[in-house]
Design a protein around this ligand. Structure first.
Ligand code: PLP
Length: 395
């Protein structure tokens, strides 16, 4: 894939070579089961516990508040299903934002089938959830509020600390899906007033197939995977030692380099926005201008909303990987984004967003190339109004 430009870091990130180096011994020589009592087992246990400490430090938690899972999706499932089923059968009421990842929203659909009531609160037109709308949705039987720290499609940051404080005031547990935010913005579970927080290694230059849930000390959860009792009984299964070690190292690097990396990505992001404002006057930014992830650009191009898949493919052909909306949209190509609909976009605009997400290994030169290629690609497409006029004149 030499020469390719990868601007889809919200879908997944390339493995950092330093993470790979940390993982390698655990893919070969050091193969023990962390539950075994012999030296091989103890070596694996020590590595898992070191990683737990590294992940905990990324979010200001203590190591025994971190439960490793098989993904961010599983962490979200454990948070919601686990919190609602402590006393056996799930019951009660959950408040979530309408722009959560399917890992949360599809879990809510599952809980509804088990007779849990769910209220979805919409964001404003910038994709920001107003804490007062969350407060208004809380009822006497509400057990959990779940609002993501940063949105995967539009990149907007949510007022997590305020929502957490409100949930606490009402005596309700607060979960945040921080899969997109972790490693990009500072996270502190104490300052954010969160009880449960989901993470995923592959979004911060770690390996795929490993995640974690922060579970505040004293918060009771029911398990969703039953078995040998690993991870304090919350996630039975022999641990993915190499993956967990990679996650730990990735979290450590992210913590050490976040401030510098974020500043660099904000500069690149703002350069893209500034240049496109001139080169593509019909382009508009989707999501809040400032309350957004450092390297995240979500773009609409007025009149070209129907052309986004063609634009994506034209860029792909030119060697640049971007996305339309979210990774999951590959399964729903051409459908309006439920996130943009929830933000009040009409179905045509909600169908047409381009997501450009920058990461650790992107360079100035890559941004220059993108700024050359995108306007050229747009120039080869026909705007909607032009097509409509053409159709009218032909009929
Ligand atoms: N939550 C958010 C906000 C995400 O963006 C994603 C992945 O795109 C997930 C959860 C799921 O994480 P994973 O891919 O580790 O299952």
């Amino acid at each position: 894939m030499r020469g390719r430009i990868y601007f889809d870091n919200s879908a997944t990130t390339p493995l950092d070579p330093r993470v790979r180096t940390a993982m390698e011994p655990f893919l070969a020589g050091t193969f023990g089961n962390p539950s075994s009592l012999h030296i091989e087992g103890r070596q694996a246990r020590e590595a898992v516990e070191q990683a737990r400490d590294q992940v905990a430090r990324l979010v200001g938690a203590t190591p025994d508040e971190i439960v490793f899972t098989g993904s961010g999706t599983e962490a979200d499932n454990l948070a919601l299903i686990g919190a609602l089923s402590v006393e056996g059968h799930p019951a009660g009421h959950v408040v979530v934002s309408a722009i959560e990842h399917p890992a949360v929203l599809a879990t809510c659909r599952h809980l509804e089938r088990l007779s849990v009531a769910v209220t979805e609160v919409p964001p404003d037109a910038d994709g920001v959830v107003d804490p007062s709308t969350v407060a208004m949705a809380i009822r006497s039987n509400t057990r959990l509020v779940s609002v993501m720290a940063a949105n995967n499609v539009v990149g907007t940051l949510q007022p997590i600390a305020l929502i957490g404080a409100l949930a606490r005031e009402h005596g309700v547990l607060f979960h945040t899906d921080a899969v997109q935010a972790a490693g990009k913005i500072p996270l502190d579970v104490a300052a954010m007033n969160v009880d449960l927080l989901s993470l995923s290694a592959h979004k911060l230059h770690g390996p795929k197939g490993v995640g974690a849930l922060f579970v505040r000390e004293g918060v009771a959860l029911g398990p969703i995977v039953h078995g040998g009792g690993q991870e304090r009984g919350l996630r039975s299964a022999t641990e993915n030692v190499a993956g967990i070690v990679g996650f730990g190292r990735a979290a450590e690097i992210a913590r050490e380099e976040m401030a510098e990396e974020a500043a660099r990505l904000v500069t690149l992001r703002d350069r893209i926005l500034g240049a496109l404002a001139n080169a593509l006057p019909h382009a508009y930014l989707i999501g809040h201008r400032y309350k957004r992830l450092p390297g995240h650009v979500c773009l609409g191009i007025a009149g070209y909303e129907g052309e986004t898949i063609k634009l994506l493919l034209a860029l792909d052909e030119a060697g640049i990987a971007i996305s339309t909306g979210s990774a999951c949209s590959a399964h729903h190509a051409g459908e309006p984004s439920s996130i943009l609909l929830a933000m009040g976009f009409d179905p045509i605009r909600a169908r047409g967003s381009l997501r450009i997400t920058l990461g650790r290994f992107n360079t100035d030169a890559e941004v220059n190339r993108f700024l050359d290629v995108l306007p050229q690609a747009v120039a080869t497409m026909r705007p909607l109004t032009h097509r409509a006029q053409l159709e009218r004149s032909l009929s």
